[in-house]
Ligand binder design. Structure first.
Ligand SMILES: [Zn+2]
Length: 308
């Protein structure tokens, strides 16, 4: 087996050096590195979508790659050949993480070798701020047992989409678009304090809208959930494949059904105020597996052009 020792030499890039197979009585020889690992952005913020790229040094090394198994942020990665020499995957930095994070890759090659690469990415600490809101008491009252079990069931359904997305091939290509061309009314990541009680983080981006305004799919995928949830109201989950999911909450109307394929820009619903909200708006959220992503980081064209 060939082992790779990787050392970080520049932000965003590691160069790996190979220790060739140990032959008793000989010193291990240094050979040219067959792979390097790179990522974008260089220092992603907590909640940022991130592209991880494995570069092969030459065509022979690239052709020898049979499979790449990788994890980042506790989620498996799905690599695609993005040009003749590079393989890229989408990942994400969890909202509660900052500092050093490990990218761990195992490259299986046609000569039955298994090359292990690890790289240390530094995630930037993000201070997304706090919203202190006064809301009607029903927003913070304890749930009755029937509602609590309904909410638990809806959370199970939501988590179930994670497994489905990880086992579906990527269905989008090109850039993501905003589901509405509208002002951001509440940013991703903010801590919410409702009536003096901390209630967790805002794991989506709120876009302004009037009741009935159109909501469009941010990218191609399959409608995984199109139902009324207690907190989210009428909600659409789109499974984009390769671990990625986007959700569209508080809709007045759902215009798609579960199992339906949608294209980027296709109308999937209308802005509303269903669920636990004080007024009409679109809560747009994205997840890589179970990691809540800032959906606006998916709209960055530099990010998506790194994928084939
Ligand atoms: Zn929201």
């Amino acid at each position: 087996m060939t082992a790779i020792q990787a050392g970080r030499t520049a932000a965003g890039v590691i160069f790996a050096s190979v220790l060739t197979t140990w032959i008793p009585g000989e010193l291990p020889a240094q050979a040219a590195a067959p792979f390097t690992v790179e990522w974008y952005p260089d220092t992603p913020m907590a909640g940022a979508a991130t592209i991880i790229t494995l570069h092969a040094v030459d065509q022979d090394a690239a052709r020898a790659v049979e499979e790449i198994a990788g994890t980042f942020g506790g989620q498996e990665l799905h690599f695609d050949l993005s040009d003749g020499l590079s393989f890229s995957a989408l990942g994400g930095v969890p909202l509660d993480r900052s500092g050093q994070m490990e990218i761990s890759l195992i490259v299986h090659t046609s000569d039955a070798a298994q090359v292990t690469l690890t790289a240390q990415l530094t995630a930037a600490a993000a201070d997304y701020g706090t919203d202190t809101l006064t809301v009607p008491p029903r927003f913070t009252d304890a749930l009755d047992s029937a509602t609590a079990s309904r909410v638990a069931n809806e959370r199970r359904m939501s988590r179930g989409v994670t497994d489905v997305a990880h086992s579906t091939a990527r269905m989008w290509e090109g850039s993501f678009s905003l589901p509405r061309m509208a002002r951001v009314t509440s940013r991703f990541g903010r801590t919410r304090v409702l009536n003096g009680e901390p209630r967790g983080r805002h794991t989506g981006t709120d876009l302004d809208g009037e009741e009935g305004d159109l909501v469009q799919a941010a990218a191609a995928g399959i409608v995984a959930i199109a139902q009324e949830f207690f907190y989210s109201g009428n909600v659409v989950f789109i499974n984009h494949g390769a671990g990625l999911i986007t959700t569209y909450s508080h809709l007045s109307q759902i215009e798609v059904s579960e199992g339906q394929s949608v294209r980027r820009g296709e109308v999937i619903g209308r802005v509303g105020a269903t669920g636990r909200v004080t007024g009409p708006h679109l809560h747009w959220a994205a997840r890589y597996g179970s990691i809540a992503l800032n959906p606006l980081t998916l709209v960055d064209p530099k990010l998506t052009e790194l994928l084939p």
